[in-house]
Design a protein around this ligand. Sequence first.
Ligand code: KIV
Ligand code: ZN
Length: 506
Amino acid sequence: MDGKIIIFDTTLRDGEQSPGASLNMMEKLEIARQLAVLGVDVIEAGFPITSPGDFEAVKAVAKAVKGPVICGLSRAVEKDIDAAYGALKYAVRPRVHIVLATSKIHMKYKLKKAEDEILKLAVSSVKYAKAKCSDIEFSLEDASRTERGFLYEVVESVIDAGATTVNIADTVGYILPFEFADVIKGVKDNVPNIAKCVISVHCHNDLGLGVSNSLAAVLSGARQVECTINGLGERAGNASLEEIVMGIKTRSDAFKGITTGINTKELYKTSRLVSKLTGMVVQPNKAIIGSNAFSHESGIHQDGVLKERTTYEIMRPQDVGFEETRLVLGKHSGRHAFAERLRKLGFGLTKEQIEKAFERFKKLADKKKEIFDEDLETIVLEEIARIPEKFHLAHFYIASGDQVKPTASIKLKYNNKILEATSSGDGPVDACYKAVDKITGAAGKLLDYQIRSVTSGKDALGEVSVKISSKGNIVSGRGASTDIIEASIKAYVNAANKLVYKCHNS
Ligand code: KIV
Ligand code: ZN
């Protein structure tokens, strides 16, 4: 059996279904480019029928990102398939991904269809898509709760109809590893034409078993694994790409002859990019890429690692891209060194973007003596991957203390005009946000506010991520500054701009 595992990344589709993780087109493109650098085999870029924005984003990824197969999701209906292929046809290697539920509970309550109708629909939708695109994936939604006999029948029929990959989904994260291994073995043993297609698995994490189930399936013969960066996804998320990849690599003794094409040194960078752009902060104790994943706190452990690293470390931090933070540039660094460093960090910026980022860098260098790669990444991501912003922070003033009511005065630039408002609040950030609401008119409910320092030191950049909801839309925003009030306002204004953009583009 060929031991190469196809890594199918669905961060931009299932991952984006995490509440509040919505990404705009530029952000999706930036992530897709990095996924290609990471070496994923398939990028699921979105679900084109769901909105014009998603259609355009899938089309943009299909046009711009070379290397991986570019995939788009579709229900088993013609108009979905048309939309998916309409967006994907620009890719060198497009894949249409059709999903249809096959469990009794989904067929009866959600689809209100009998088994024979589902079977017909599965076959006709695959045939319809196959006439447009040679690479067709068919997903049996809720496969893990599907009657075995029916599961085998659907798999056999869609392969006959032209499916090249069949995906067995544990949609609700219900199954246990030994049971899932048995399902995959059952598919291999009972579907006569199974050798004509790749068996894929797609595991959710509701019981915290997404990765374990995926790895059990690999040992049983699955050769495609669907996963997301940082384990993002519906509800408790999907199986995490970095955990699956490092599980296979680190335990090569158990996964004999099994490999992935992932450049694991890009894992940490990819994780950080996804976290910044989605506003979904990674927990410090997250396996593989959490900030504590390689920290040793206890004296006994530190002593052991100093004597022999492998006493307490099963992986080397460098293998997943954790590197010593390096001092790269300072106040006197010029444009050329700056542009060169960005190129080395993997950012392909236009001249105009470099110029803007350089201005930010110079301002930062006035406040902060030492500039690290993390600082550069943070300011660059403020200049790229952003939707056109209507409002920009021009000035702010706050009065606060334990004896005064916090008050903020904010000036925002809008179409070359300066708009101003003043407000008081429970604290300085609340006062600022109320003043911003008065100006933008895009007041939303603040769902989440997080602050973290980008590097260490008292003069470190503070990075704020916020999530706000308004009229059914949830958007995230981020901002960075050495002043945390300024970072807070920038994050909020960034989110407000996204709300304004959504209202005008949906
Ligand atoms: O969870 C699920 O069943 C899915 C399908 C589209 C594979 O996301
Ligand atoms: Zn899913």
